[in-house]
Design a protein around this ligand. Sequence first.
Ligand code: CP
Ligand code: NVA
Length: 337
Amino acid sequence: MELMPVNLSSRGFVTLLDFSRDEIRALLDMSSRLKERRREGRAGGLLAGKNILLLFEKTSSRTRCSFELGAAEEGAHVTYIGPGVSQFGKKESAEDSARLFGRFYDAIGYRGFGTSDTVRDIANYAKLPVWNGLTDDDHPTQILADLLTIEEHARKPLKDVKVVFCGDTRNNMAYAWIYGCAKMGMRFVAYGPRELAPDPAVLERAFAKAEPGADISFSDDDVCLADADVIYTDIWASMGEEDKIAERAKLLAPYKVTRELLAKTGNDNVLFMHCLPAFHDFETAVAAEYREMGVDIREVDDEVFNGRHSIVFDEAENRLHTIKAVMVATLAAEKRL
Ligand code: CP
Ligand code: NVA
């Protein structure tokens, strides 16, 4: 079987706005095939001989493991550079480091504090495809996994799915969703306080590239929850915003995902999703530390996180299959499954 009906060879993966609906469709279909192939014990060889650098300036579990394991299963070699252990950006400019990496590797997976422009800069200096593993303004590989998971669970096509993102609607996940829904022609509501409404420039960028059927809005009124197919949330203070945790907890408490919030959708089969990691109990050092100070930082109740609507671990598993699809489609498009 031909691997991809579209050619993404040598392209990076910076933001979903760079891709057409057909290209995203092809990546999702390829992810499903790679998932099936792995389940049948047939993974291997698609990235043989490739050298991949993972340059991560922020911590990670899912994204790093997905790149590393996905690459290893398909025969690539990976070098991982974690936060604070290289010269990158400290004793050596991003440009000089990227020019070096360009001599050694075939592609780079980058996670950092900049924006999508940082990812493009690294790609330009290194002259390599660069995959965005999360920046302050986007998280496109997460959305691929989320779309695949919704398709596996929802009883309707993506174009008919309504996603409501609750909480900090100005963060990288909210923006990644705005871009993903724009390109897939989906319905999306960012539900949170006006102080954290999406930057109008982000909405403009999404509208400029939106496919027919896309319906994207912001609301601070819980009537927007009606008929939602997916309730999505993320932590209230992202990496790099640790000094804002207490103030966000106060501002975002009304948007916490609870059984009552799910009921307002009127959809008994509503799906609960979260990119993870999540604060849903006090079993983490951070949540416990804030509880000592009288601050509840949980963005979702434990009963929802572990309840029948939650598909968060199916979603997390799909990070592996979708990231593998991105690597194979951009580095080894000529291969056949
Ligand atoms: N969802 C996600 O990107 O998780 P990690 O931060 O663990 O990679
Ligand atoms: N908004 C979160 C996403 C983590 C996957 C962060 O940037 O920390």
